[in-house]
Write a protein that binds this ligand. Structure first.
Ligand SMILES: *Cc1c(COP(=O)(O)O)cnc(C)c1O
Length: 339
């Protein structure tokens, strides 16, 4: 727990230096439609404009650039975007990257990682299987593991987003953060609350397989089954021996909310037709929480993070045009926007 106590805003300042000019300074833009729904400015931090199409480049760059000189290679498990960030950062630093992913990861994400020159290993049916393989590779091949969320340098890198958001709009009162392993939410909460202690930070996940939400409710990290979801980037466990992202999320998030696949589909349509943005299901959970009425009363400007755009285009087109979509055992009924 001492790692938790010592993690703070100074770590985020240090990360800011390591990622400078490569993974920082994305725009934050208003959504006129969502502002109308919210009754206050609703802003979107556009992390889809990162060179790898997702915010995970911040944490990956922060961690890879902090490695000692003798390290010759890195490995990680990933639902796709962390692997792409690590592959990009490793390439920049001129070291090897081996990315472990489960069969649930969309092909578009696998292809994007291979294109950066990384080795890809597809292992098993869950993120936990991929995590076990990445741990094995550390011993077997002398690689250094970079956790997608439970690593102080990664959390500090993601936290730079919170710092930028408050610099861009000091009047923000509520932040809606897509929540999976909690590296993003932990970092953003530390950064935001250090400048504005009374800001509300709310984590949002899909209701099927929300590991952090279940762990916070249980009071300790728990395993949950993993399901296919429109928000595939939010899948996977938090690790039963989680050291840092769990205690930070438990202590700093004001609330965690869950949204259904139907609500995610509706929100993806809103983001596409109203905001004209093409982005992953994981990005719209903030929109979904607001549109579904699940969000507690909003009293001022609110912002969410549009976290990634590395999506399966065939599935995206089916969702926005109102076709049925198969998600593992679930057949998600199509619905035309505005119908
Ligand atoms: C990883 C990821 C998240 C969630 O981040 P955590 O740090 O795991 O909570 C949200 N959106 C996208 C697109 C991601 O890739």
């Amino acid at each position: 727990m001492s790692a938790t106590l010592s993690f703070g805003i100074k770590d985020i300042w240090a990360a800011q230096k390591r990622i400078k000019g490569v993974a920082d300074n994305t725009p934050m833009i208003p959504s006129p439609y969502m502002s109308h729904v919210a009754g206050h400015d609703f802003l979107m931090k556009m992390e889809i404009m990162q060179p790898i199409g997702a915010f995970k480049l911040r944490g990956a760059m922060s961690a890879v650039m902090a490695l000692p000189d003798h390290v010759t290679g890195v490995t990680c498990c990933s639902t796709g975007n962390h692997g792409r960030g690590v592959a990009y950062a490793a390439k920049r630093r001129g070291i090897r990257a081996v990315i472990c992913m489960s069969e649930l990861v969309p092909q578009a994400k696998v292809d994007g990682i291979r294109a950066l020159g990384a080795d890809v290993r597809i292992i098993g049916r869950s993120q936990d299987d991929a995590m076990a393989e990445s741990k094995r590779l550390c011993d077997a091949e002398g690689l250094v593991e970079i956790s997608p969320f439970d690593d102080p340098h990664v959390i500090a890198g993601q936290g730079t987003i919170g710092r930028e958001m408050l610099a861009q709009r000091p009047d923000l009162q509520t932040l809606l953060v897509p929540l999976s392993g909690g590296g993003l939410a932990a970092g953003v909460a530390v950064a935001a609350k250090s400048v504005k202690p009374d800001i509300r930070v709310i984590g949002v996940s899909m209701d099927r397989g929300a590991a952090m939400h279940a762990s916070i409710k249980a009071g300790h990290p728990v395993e949950v089954p993993e399901y296919a979801s429109l928000a595939d980037s939010l899948g996977g466990g938090i690790g039963l021996s989680n050291q840092l992202s769990f205690p930070l999320c438990r202590d700093l998030l004001d609330e965690t909310l869950l949204v259904t696949e139907d609500e995610i589909r509706d929100a993806m349509q809103v983001m596409f037709f109203e905001d004209r943005i093409v982005a992953e299901g994981a990005c719209v959970v903030g929109h979904a929480a607001m549109l579904s009425g699940k969000l507690p009363q909003i009293t001022g400007p609110v912002a969410t993070i549009i976290t990634g755009r590395n999506l399966d285009m065939a599935q995206f087109l089916a969702v926005v045009t109102g076709e049925d979509v198969r998600l593992g055992d679930l057949l998600l009924k199509g619905k035309c926007y505005g119908a």
